[in-house]
Design a protein. Structure first.
Length: 367
Protein backbone atom coordinates (compact mmCIF):
# COMPACT_ATOMS: atom_id res chain seq x y z
CA UNK A 1 0.00 0.00 0.00
CA UNK A 2 1.16 3.55 -0.63
CA UNK A 3 1.51 5.77 2.41
CA UNK A 4 -0.50 8.85 1.49
CA UNK A 5 -2.69 9.04 4.60
CA UNK A 6 -1.30 11.83 6.73
CA UNK A 7 -2.79 13.98 9.46
CA UNK A 8 -1.63 16.54 11.95
CA UNK A 9 0.02 19.93 11.49
CA UNK A 10 -2.04 23.04 12.01
CA UNK A 11 -5.44 21.34 12.20
CA UNK A 12 -6.91 19.30 15.01
CA UNK A 13 -5.45 15.80 14.79
CA UNK A 14 -8.02 13.03 14.64
CA UNK A 15 -8.32 10.49 17.41
CA UNK A 16 -5.79 7.71 17.02
CA UNK A 17 -6.72 4.04 17.28
CA UNK A 18 -6.60 2.59 20.77
CA UNK A 19 -4.50 -0.35 19.63
CA UNK A 20 -1.57 1.83 18.52
CA UNK A 21 1.47 1.85 20.78
CA UNK A 22 3.54 3.68 18.14
CA UNK A 23 2.03 6.88 16.73
CA UNK A 24 4.82 8.23 14.54
CA UNK A 25 4.35 11.84 15.66
CA UNK A 26 7.12 12.04 18.22
CA UNK A 27 5.11 11.41 21.38
CA UNK A 28 6.97 9.25 23.90
CA UNK A 29 5.30 6.12 25.23
CA UNK A 30 4.39 6.46 28.88
CA UNK A 31 5.43 3.45 30.88
CA UNK A 32 6.94 0.23 29.62
CA UNK A 33 6.23 -1.36 26.23
CA UNK A 34 5.84 -4.75 27.89
CA UNK A 35 2.88 -3.39 29.88
CA UNK A 36 0.88 -2.23 26.85
CA UNK A 37 1.86 -4.68 24.10
CA UNK A 38 -0.29 -7.79 24.19
CA UNK A 39 1.28 -11.22 23.98
CA UNK A 40 2.38 -12.72 20.66
CA UNK A 41 0.34 -15.15 18.57
CA UNK A 42 0.94 -18.77 19.65
CA UNK A 43 2.93 -19.43 16.48
CA UNK A 44 5.23 -16.48 17.21
CA UNK A 45 5.94 -17.24 20.88
CA UNK A 46 9.58 -17.75 21.86
CA UNK A 47 11.09 -18.84 25.17
CA UNK A 48 14.82 -18.24 24.87
CA UNK A 49 17.17 -17.76 27.80
CA UNK A 50 19.07 -16.89 29.83
CA UNK A 51 17.54 -13.43 29.85
CA UNK A 52 20.12 -10.83 28.86
CA UNK A 53 20.66 -7.54 30.73
CA UNK A 54 19.03 -4.44 29.29
CA UNK A 55 21.12 -3.31 26.32
CA UNK A 56 22.56 0.20 26.02
CA UNK A 57 20.67 3.19 24.71
CA UNK A 58 22.11 5.60 22.16
CA UNK A 59 20.19 8.86 22.16
CA UNK A 60 23.14 10.61 20.50
CA UNK A 61 22.81 8.38 17.42
CA UNK A 62 19.03 8.82 17.34
CA UNK A 63 19.49 12.60 17.47
CA UNK A 64 22.04 12.43 14.67
CA UNK A 65 19.60 10.44 12.54
CA UNK A 66 16.28 12.21 13.17
CA UNK A 67 16.99 15.33 15.22
CA UNK A 68 16.58 16.27 18.89
CA UNK A 69 13.78 15.00 21.08
CA UNK A 70 10.49 16.95 21.02
CA UNK A 71 9.52 19.06 24.00
CA UNK A 72 5.95 18.88 25.35
CA UNK A 73 4.99 22.12 23.57
CA UNK A 74 6.68 21.39 20.24
CA UNK A 75 4.66 20.77 17.10
CA UNK A 76 4.46 17.08 16.42
CA UNK A 77 5.34 15.30 13.21
CA UNK A 78 2.22 14.70 11.09
CA UNK A 79 0.83 11.21 11.60
CA UNK A 80 1.18 8.82 8.67
CA UNK A 81 -1.61 6.34 9.39
CA UNK A 82 -0.34 3.68 6.98
CA UNK A 83 3.10 3.83 8.59
CA UNK A 84 1.69 3.64 12.12
CA UNK A 85 -0.67 0.80 11.19
CA UNK A 86 2.10 -1.34 9.76
CA UNK A 87 4.65 -0.64 12.51
CA UNK A 88 2.10 -1.54 15.16
CA UNK A 89 1.02 -4.64 13.25
CA UNK A 90 4.67 -5.75 13.02
CA UNK A 91 5.05 -5.26 16.78
CA UNK A 92 1.88 -7.18 17.61
CA UNK A 93 2.46 -10.01 15.13
CA UNK A 94 6.23 -10.26 15.75
CA UNK A 95 6.92 -10.07 12.02
CA UNK A 96 9.59 -8.21 10.02
CA UNK A 97 8.52 -5.02 8.25
CA UNK A 98 9.71 -4.57 4.66
CA UNK A 99 9.77 -0.84 3.87
CA UNK A 100 10.12 0.25 0.24
CA UNK A 101 10.34 3.65 -1.38
CA UNK A 102 12.58 5.99 -3.30
CA UNK A 103 15.90 7.02 -1.75
CA UNK A 104 15.44 9.82 0.75
CA UNK A 105 11.85 9.03 1.77
CA UNK A 106 12.77 8.24 5.38
CA UNK A 107 12.88 4.44 5.31
CA UNK A 108 15.95 4.05 7.51
CA UNK A 109 14.96 6.81 9.93
CA UNK A 110 11.75 4.92 10.73
CA UNK A 111 13.71 2.50 12.93
CA UNK A 112 15.10 5.38 14.98
CA UNK A 113 11.71 7.07 15.35
CA UNK A 114 10.26 3.85 16.74
CA UNK A 115 13.19 3.40 19.13
CA UNK A 116 12.72 6.91 20.55
CA UNK A 117 8.94 6.82 20.86
CA UNK A 118 8.84 3.39 22.52
CA UNK A 119 11.86 3.92 24.76
CA UNK A 120 13.72 0.95 23.29
CA UNK A 121 17.45 0.37 23.28
CA UNK A 122 20.11 1.20 20.73
CA UNK A 123 19.13 0.43 17.13
CA UNK A 124 21.15 -2.40 15.63
CA UNK A 125 22.04 -1.63 12.01
CA UNK A 126 23.12 -4.11 9.34
CA UNK A 127 24.07 -2.27 6.12
CA UNK A 128 23.79 -4.69 3.22
CA UNK A 129 26.29 -4.93 0.36
CA UNK A 130 26.63 -7.34 -2.54
CA UNK A 131 29.04 -9.38 -0.39
CA UNK A 132 26.79 -9.65 2.67
CA UNK A 133 26.00 -13.20 3.72
CA UNK A 134 23.67 -14.44 6.42
CA UNK A 135 26.59 -15.44 8.65
CA UNK A 136 27.95 -11.88 8.67
CA UNK A 137 24.64 -10.79 10.15
CA UNK A 138 24.46 -13.60 12.72
CA UNK A 139 28.02 -14.11 13.95
CA UNK A 140 31.68 -14.23 13.03
CA UNK A 141 34.28 -16.61 14.38
CA UNK A 142 37.95 -15.62 14.13
CA UNK A 143 39.64 -19.01 14.09
CA UNK A 144 42.87 -17.59 12.70
CA UNK A 145 43.28 -15.19 15.63
CA UNK A 146 42.54 -18.01 18.05
CA UNK A 147 45.20 -20.24 16.46
CA UNK A 148 47.73 -17.40 16.54
CA UNK A 149 47.04 -16.70 20.21
CA UNK A 150 47.32 -20.38 21.09
CA UNK A 151 50.71 -20.54 19.36
CA UNK A 152 51.84 -17.46 21.28
CA UNK A 153 50.81 -18.98 24.61
CA UNK A 154 52.64 -22.21 23.81
CA UNK A 155 55.78 -20.30 22.79
CA UNK A 156 55.70 -18.25 26.00
CA UNK A 157 55.23 -21.39 28.10
CA UNK A 158 58.14 -23.15 26.37
CA UNK A 159 60.39 -20.12 26.81
CA UNK A 160 59.59 -19.79 30.53
CA UNK A 161 58.77 -23.28 31.83
CA UNK A 162 59.08 -22.20 35.48
CA UNK A 163 56.25 -19.67 35.21
CA UNK A 164 52.56 -20.46 35.24
CA UNK A 165 50.59 -19.83 32.02
CA UNK A 166 48.56 -16.64 31.94
CA UNK A 167 45.94 -16.90 34.65
CA UNK A 168 43.22 -15.46 32.46
CA UNK A 169 43.25 -18.38 30.06
CA UNK A 170 44.99 -21.11 31.98
CA UNK A 171 47.36 -21.33 29.04
CA UNK A 172 44.51 -21.95 26.62
CA UNK A 173 42.36 -19.71 24.49
CA UNK A 174 38.72 -19.24 25.41
CA UNK A 175 36.54 -19.74 22.38
CA UNK A 176 34.10 -17.01 23.37
CA UNK A 177 36.82 -14.38 22.95
CA UNK A 178 36.82 -15.14 19.22
CA UNK A 179 33.06 -15.16 18.59
CA UNK A 180 31.31 -11.87 17.85
CA UNK A 181 27.58 -11.73 17.20
CA UNK A 182 26.46 -9.61 14.26
CA UNK A 183 23.47 -7.26 14.27
CA UNK A 184 20.96 -10.03 13.52
CA UNK A 185 22.59 -12.40 16.00
CA UNK A 186 22.49 -9.73 18.69
CA UNK A 187 18.85 -8.81 17.95
CA UNK A 188 17.82 -12.46 18.49
CA UNK A 189 19.35 -12.69 21.96
CA UNK A 190 16.73 -13.28 24.67
CA UNK A 191 15.91 -9.75 25.86
CA UNK A 192 12.84 -8.78 27.87
CA UNK A 193 11.92 -6.04 25.37
CA UNK A 194 12.35 -6.32 21.61
CA UNK A 195 15.49 -4.94 20.00
CA UNK A 196 15.15 -2.92 16.81
CA UNK A 197 17.17 -4.23 13.89
CA UNK A 198 17.59 -2.14 10.74
CA UNK A 199 18.55 -4.28 7.73
CA UNK A 200 19.40 -1.47 5.36
CA UNK A 201 18.98 -1.77 1.57
CA UNK A 202 18.40 -5.48 1.22
CA UNK A 203 18.02 -5.06 -2.53
CA UNK A 204 21.81 -4.60 -2.72
CA UNK A 205 22.37 -8.22 -1.59
CA UNK A 206 23.05 -11.21 -3.77
CA UNK A 207 20.11 -13.35 -4.84
CA UNK A 208 20.43 -15.89 -2.00
CA UNK A 209 20.42 -13.67 1.09
CA UNK A 210 16.63 -13.12 1.42
CA UNK A 211 16.03 -16.88 1.37
CA UNK A 212 18.99 -17.48 3.69
CA UNK A 213 17.36 -15.21 6.27
CA UNK A 214 14.17 -17.25 6.40
CA UNK A 215 15.14 -19.73 9.11
CA UNK A 216 16.34 -17.10 11.58
CA UNK A 217 13.31 -14.89 10.88
CA UNK A 218 10.81 -17.74 11.14
CA UNK A 219 12.29 -19.66 14.05
CA UNK A 220 13.77 -16.77 16.03
CA UNK A 221 16.88 -18.80 16.74
CA UNK A 222 20.22 -19.96 15.37
CA UNK A 223 23.19 -22.13 16.26
CA UNK A 224 26.89 -21.32 16.36
CA UNK A 225 28.56 -24.55 15.18
CA UNK A 226 31.89 -23.75 16.82
CA UNK A 227 30.17 -23.43 20.20
CA UNK A 228 28.02 -26.51 19.65
CA UNK A 229 31.16 -28.59 19.13
CA UNK A 230 32.69 -27.14 22.31
CA UNK A 231 29.51 -27.49 24.42
CA UNK A 232 30.68 -30.62 26.25
CA UNK A 233 33.71 -28.71 27.56
CA UNK A 234 32.16 -25.24 27.78
CA UNK A 235 28.36 -25.41 28.07
CA UNK A 236 28.15 -21.68 28.81
CA UNK A 237 30.26 -19.29 26.75
CA UNK A 238 30.43 -15.51 26.97
CA UNK A 239 30.69 -13.98 23.50
CA UNK A 240 30.96 -10.45 22.16
CA UNK A 241 27.89 -8.73 20.71
CA UNK A 242 27.27 -5.97 18.18
CA UNK A 243 26.75 -3.44 20.98
CA UNK A 244 29.86 -1.41 21.89
CA UNK A 245 31.63 -3.30 24.65
CA UNK A 246 28.70 -5.71 24.88
CA UNK A 247 28.76 -9.39 25.75
CA UNK A 248 26.22 -12.18 26.16
CA UNK A 249 26.05 -15.70 27.59
CA UNK A 250 25.30 -18.46 25.07
CA UNK A 251 24.33 -21.94 26.29
CA UNK A 252 25.22 -25.07 24.34
CA UNK A 253 25.93 -23.03 21.23
CA UNK A 254 22.28 -22.14 20.66
CA UNK A 255 20.57 -18.73 20.74
CA UNK A 256 16.80 -18.32 20.88
CA UNK A 257 15.00 -15.02 21.31
CA UNK A 258 12.50 -14.16 24.04
CA UNK A 259 10.96 -10.95 22.65
CA UNK A 260 11.08 -11.14 18.86
CA UNK A 261 12.86 -8.03 17.53
CA UNK A 262 11.25 -5.38 15.38
CA UNK A 263 13.13 -5.97 12.13
CA UNK A 264 12.89 -3.03 9.71
CA UNK A 265 14.11 -4.09 6.26
CA UNK A 266 14.53 -1.30 3.73
CA UNK A 267 14.56 -1.57 -0.05
CA UNK A 268 14.72 1.00 -2.82
CA UNK A 269 12.50 -1.24 -4.93
CA UNK A 270 15.30 -2.13 -7.34
CA UNK A 271 14.54 -5.88 -7.33
CA UNK A 272 11.88 -8.42 -6.52
CA UNK A 273 12.17 -10.69 -3.48
CA UNK A 274 11.23 -14.39 -3.33
CA UNK A 275 7.59 -15.17 -2.42
CA UNK A 276 8.71 -17.26 0.58
CA UNK A 277 10.50 -14.21 1.98
CA UNK A 278 7.64 -11.81 1.27
CA UNK A 279 5.16 -14.16 2.95
CA UNK A 280 7.00 -13.74 6.24
CA UNK A 281 7.10 -9.93 6.09
CA UNK A 282 4.59 -7.16 6.48
CA UNK A 283 5.02 -4.52 3.79
CA UNK A 284 4.95 -0.74 3.80
CA UNK A 285 5.59 1.58 0.87
CA UNK A 286 6.65 5.09 1.80
CA UNK A 287 5.78 7.92 -0.54
CA UNK A 288 7.87 11.08 -0.73
CA UNK A 289 7.19 13.40 2.23
CA UNK A 290 4.66 16.14 1.48
CA UNK A 291 5.22 19.81 2.30
CA UNK A 292 3.73 19.44 5.80
CA UNK A 293 6.03 16.55 6.68
CA UNK A 294 9.07 18.34 5.27
CA UNK A 295 8.26 21.47 7.27
CA UNK A 296 7.94 19.38 10.44
CA UNK A 297 11.24 17.65 9.66
CA UNK A 298 12.99 20.99 9.22
CA UNK A 299 11.45 22.35 12.43
CA UNK A 300 12.67 19.28 14.34
CA UNK A 301 16.19 19.58 13.00
CA UNK A 302 16.66 23.33 13.11
CA UNK A 303 13.96 24.79 15.35
CA UNK A 304 11.58 27.53 14.24
CA UNK A 305 14.00 30.44 13.96
CA UNK A 306 13.54 32.42 10.75
CA UNK A 307 10.38 30.43 10.14
CA UNK A 308 9.24 32.40 7.10
CA UNK A 309 12.53 31.85 5.32
CA UNK A 310 12.55 28.14 6.12
CA UNK A 311 8.96 27.76 4.91
CA UNK A 312 9.97 29.50 1.70
CA UNK A 313 12.88 27.08 1.17
CA UNK A 314 10.60 24.10 1.78
CA UNK A 315 8.05 25.36 -0.78
CA UNK A 316 10.76 25.96 -3.36
CA UNK A 317 12.23 22.52 -2.68
CA UNK A 318 8.87 20.80 -3.15
CA UNK A 319 8.32 22.55 -6.47
CA UNK A 320 11.87 21.77 -7.60
CA UNK A 321 11.47 18.13 -6.51
CA UNK A 322 8.28 17.79 -8.55
CA UNK A 323 10.06 19.07 -11.64
CA UNK A 324 13.02 16.73 -11.05
CA UNK A 325 10.89 13.65 -10.50
CA UNK A 326 11.68 13.44 -6.79
CA UNK A 327 14.60 14.56 -4.63
CA UNK A 328 15.93 12.97 -1.41
CA UNK A 329 15.13 14.92 1.74
CA UNK A 330 18.76 15.17 2.81
CA UNK A 331 19.26 17.64 -0.04
CA UNK A 332 16.68 19.88 1.63
CA UNK A 333 18.39 19.52 5.02
CA UNK A 334 21.78 20.40 3.49
CA UNK A 335 20.43 23.62 2.02
CA UNK A 336 18.53 24.60 5.18
CA UNK A 337 21.69 24.08 7.23
CA UNK A 338 23.53 26.53 4.99
CA UNK A 339 20.59 28.93 4.95
CA UNK A 340 20.51 29.10 8.75
CA UNK A 341 24.26 29.54 9.12
CA UNK A 342 24.19 33.35 8.53
CA UNK A 343 26.86 32.90 5.86
CA UNK A 344 24.50 33.10 2.90
CA UNK A 345 22.08 35.78 1.80
CA UNK A 346 19.22 35.32 -0.64
CA UNK A 347 21.13 36.52 -3.68
CA UNK A 348 22.36 35.07 -6.94
CA UNK A 349 25.09 33.14 -5.15
CA UNK A 350 22.53 31.40 -2.93
CA UNK A 351 20.26 30.54 -5.88
CA UNK A 352 23.20 29.11 -7.79
CA UNK A 353 24.24 26.97 -4.80
CA UNK A 354 20.73 25.63 -4.30
CA UNK A 355 20.54 24.67 -7.96
CA UNK A 356 23.79 22.76 -7.57
CA UNK A 357 22.63 21.03 -4.36
CA UNK A 358 19.19 19.97 -5.56
CA UNK A 359 19.94 17.35 -8.17
CA UNK A 360 17.90 14.32 -9.14
CA UNK A 361 19.28 10.88 -8.37
CA UNK A 362 17.86 9.65 -11.67
CA UNK A 363 20.60 10.09 -14.27
CA UNK A 364 17.99 9.92 -17.02
CA UNK A 365 15.68 12.44 -15.43
CA UNK A 366 15.51 16.21 -15.98
CA UNK A 367 18.18 18.47 -14.62
Amino acid sequence: MTSDKRSGGGGVPPATPDWWVYHGDGRILRGDLDDVLMGPPPWRTFDGGPLQPRPPEDEAEITRRIGPRHGPSDARRPVNTDEADMVNAALYLRRPLLVTGRPGTGKSSLAYRVARELGLARVLRWPITSRSGVNSGIYQYDGIARAQDAATYRAEADAQPDRNPPERTGGKTRIGDYVRLGPLGTALLPYRLPRILLIDELDKSDMDLPNDLLNAIEEGEYEIPELVRAAAREPEVTVLTDDPGGSAVVRNGRVRCRAFPLIVITSNGEREFPPAFLRRCLRLELAAPDIEELAAMVATRFGVRDGARLDDIVRIFVAHSARQGGLPTDQLLNSVYLATSDRFARDDHWDRLVTALWRSLDATGPG
